[in-house]
Design a protein around this ligand. Structure first.
Ligand SMILES: C[S@@+](CC[C@H](N)C(=O)[O-])C[C@H]1O[C@@H](n2cnc3c(N)ncnc32)[C@H](O)[C@@H]1O
Length: 322
């Protein structure tokens, strides 16, 4: 059983595990199979094979089906990687992505690390943020460790003025190109090149408040200057404290983590220790297109005044025909 405010709900509801936020296939993206440290995905109609630490199990499909890929990432010993394409390298792709009544155009590029510019497992988080903004009307959004900004665009598409913070210049210009192609309007997303902790400290000192906040920190990272190192093991509580210092009254905070060893109870506990009321915490998981297996993809905790907001997202039916 899980406890939401004073209401006790079953751990399973309508066959859905309530401690999972499930990323379903969406038009233009589907997880087809996983196993042996790899993911087989359909990205914009292309079958690709990428490395992933999560699938410790045997793939469900036969090797011949994996061999039909058009692109595969080969990992190098130095930690980098290379795409091997059957035909020509697809270069930059625009993925149409519908959220609410808007169609965004997410720019995808196939990087040497095997990244594509979005983390599809975060898709239910984008929708949750969009819904949180839509429920408020025009408001201020904040996306920390924002990468190329799918979550920022999702908030902006619902009418928020969004501050998108990342310490890597390249991902900011990448995100801006998606915003431009999505016709979001000048100024709906402010692309801030800054260390996240420094940004939060500045916001608190100035008395700035944000209504809907997303923080999706990596295990470790570099800030803007050499001395600004981010380490989740050492700074997650400080991050939660800083979030509590800038969230508006009745605001929403979504805190995710993808680092080995950081469990859902830990992200809930840091929010609670920061004085934020936790409405839900659980695992982020990715659903396969054609079978019931779930791929673990991180953890998440949500502080929100309205528990219905998160409940609606947990009971999303699987889309068919994607
Ligand atoms: C895993 S990505 C986040 C994924 C993103 N939330 C999404 O779903 O698209 C981590 C991002 O954090 C940024 N980063 C790492 N350390 C940082 C710091 N100290 N301040 C600001 N950004 C940082 C990196 O540049 C990177 O873009």
């Amino acid at each position: 059983m899980l406890r939401f405010d004073s209401v006790i709900i079953p751990t399973y509801l309508d066959g859905v595990r309530m401690n999972d936020l499930i990323a379903q296939p969406f038009p233009g993206y589907a997880l087809i199979d996983s196993g042996d440290g790899r993911k087989l995905e359909d990205i914009a109609g292309m079958l690709v094979d990428r490395a992933s630490p999560a699938p410790l199990w045997r793939p469900a499909l036969k090797p011949e089906q994996w061999q039909r890929v058009v692109g595969r990432v080969e990992r190098r010993a130095d930690g980098g990687g290379n795409w091997i394409w059957q035909q020509r390298d697809p270069g930059e792709i625009e993925l149409p992505y519908r959220i609410g009544n808007r169609e965004l155009r997410l720019v995808l590029r196939f990087t040497n690390f095997g990244h594509i510019g979005i983390f599809p497992e975060q898709e239910p988080v984008w929708r949750l943020l969009h819904a949180a903004v839509a429920a408020r009307g025009p408001c201020k959004g904040l996306n920390l460790f924002g990468y190329t900004g799918a979550a920022s665009l999702a908030m902006a598409a619902a009418g928020a003025e969004v501050f998108h913070v990342d310490s890597a210049k390249g991902v900011l210009s990448w995100g801006k190109s998606s915003a431009d192609k999505s016709d979001l309007g000048t100024g709906s997303v402010r692309w801030v090149h800054e260390d996240c902790m420094a940004f939060l400290d500045h916001s608190r000192r100035k008395g700035f408040r944000y209504d809907v906040i997303c923080a999706d920190p990596p295990a470790w990272g570099h800030g803007k200057t050499k001395d600004q190192m981010w380490k989740i093991d050492e700074q997650l509580q400080a991050l939660a404290d800083a979030l509590a210092g800038v969230v508006s009254e009745n605001g929403v905070v979504v805190l995710c983590a993808h680092a080995p060893g950081v469990q859902r109870t830990a992200v809930a506990n840091v929010l609670q220790a920061a004085g934020l009321k936790v409405a839900w915490s659980g695992d982020l998981v990715q659903s396969h297109r054609d079978d019931e297996r779930l791929l673990p993809a991180g953890v998440c905790a949500v502080s929100a005044p309205d528990t219905q907001l998160i409940m609606r997202h947990l009971i999303q039916p699987k889309l068919s025909g994607v």
